[in-house]
Design a protein around this ligand. Structure first.
Ligand SMILES: O=P(O)(O)OC[C@H]1O[C@H](OP(=O)(O)OP(=O)(O)O)[C@H](O)[C@@H]1O
Ligand SMILES: Nc1nc2[nH]cnc2c(=O)[nH]1
Length: 179
């Protein structure tokens, strides 16, 4: 039913599963003695977070923050809004931010600066990186897949708050935007 709206699959369910397992192994090594706070950025990071943490074999805590700048559409508003703050003490804490995508970079730059200002040590893992979309300077520490400059949906990523439940990452048909 959702599939008929998809022009092409960019990253399949299996590719995501395999890559998340690989990243989980790397992150296990990196964080095994650090008891990190693994911080998912709502709402888009939920499926990736769920997949990734199964493969991190180390003590960790988990928390979430909600920020928004796309307001459901395909263009960044340019302003990142903090909607729900983290609930855990973060001074001197190792934080691993888990994101679904870095595009303009505004969301992650905002978050990294905010958390570092509060005294945390912050690193970033993202499922997708779209380097051609970058407007501000920020790079992830670990990336699942580098993708071309197209608006994507699925595996957490939305168009008008829908399509997040697609099990893969794909490009929507043009007619969906123009309706
Ligand atoms: O690099 P940027 O251009 O800032 O884009 C990346 C952000 O855009 C999306 O969030 P959105 O504001 O759509 O909120 P959502 O997670 O609720 O979909 C995505 O989840 C990232 O957080
Ligand atoms: N759904 C979706 N959200 C984004 N936020 C930044 N880039 C994208 C994108 O390509 N798709």
């Amino acid at each position: 039913m959702l599939e008929k709206d998809i022009e092409k699959v960019l990253v399949s369910e299996e590719e995501i599963r395999i890559r998340s397992t690989e990243l989980g192994k790397v992150l296990t090594e990196e964080y095994k003695d650090k008891d990190p706070l693994v911080l998912g950025i709502l709402r888009g990071s939920v499926p990736f977070m769920a997949e990734l943490i199964k493969h991190i074999d180390a003590h960790m805590e988990m928390d979430f923050m909600t920020v928004s700048s796309y307001h459901g559409g395909t263009k960044s508003s340019g302003e990142v809004k903090l909607i729900m703050d983290v609930d855990t003490a973060i001074r001197d804490r190792e934080i691993l931010i888990v994101e679904d995508i870095i595009d303009t970079g505004r969301t992650l730059k905002y978050l990294k600066e905010l958390l570092e200002h509060r005294g945390a040590h912050v690193r970033i893992v993202t499922l997708l990186d779209k380097p051609e979309g970058r407007i501000v300077e920020i790079e992830p520490d670990w990336t699942g897949f580098t993708i071309p400059n197209e608006f994507v949906v699925g595996f957490g990523l939305d168009y008008e708050n829908h399509y997040r439940n697609l099990p893969y990452v794909g490009v929507l048909k043009e007619e969906i935007y123009s309706n």
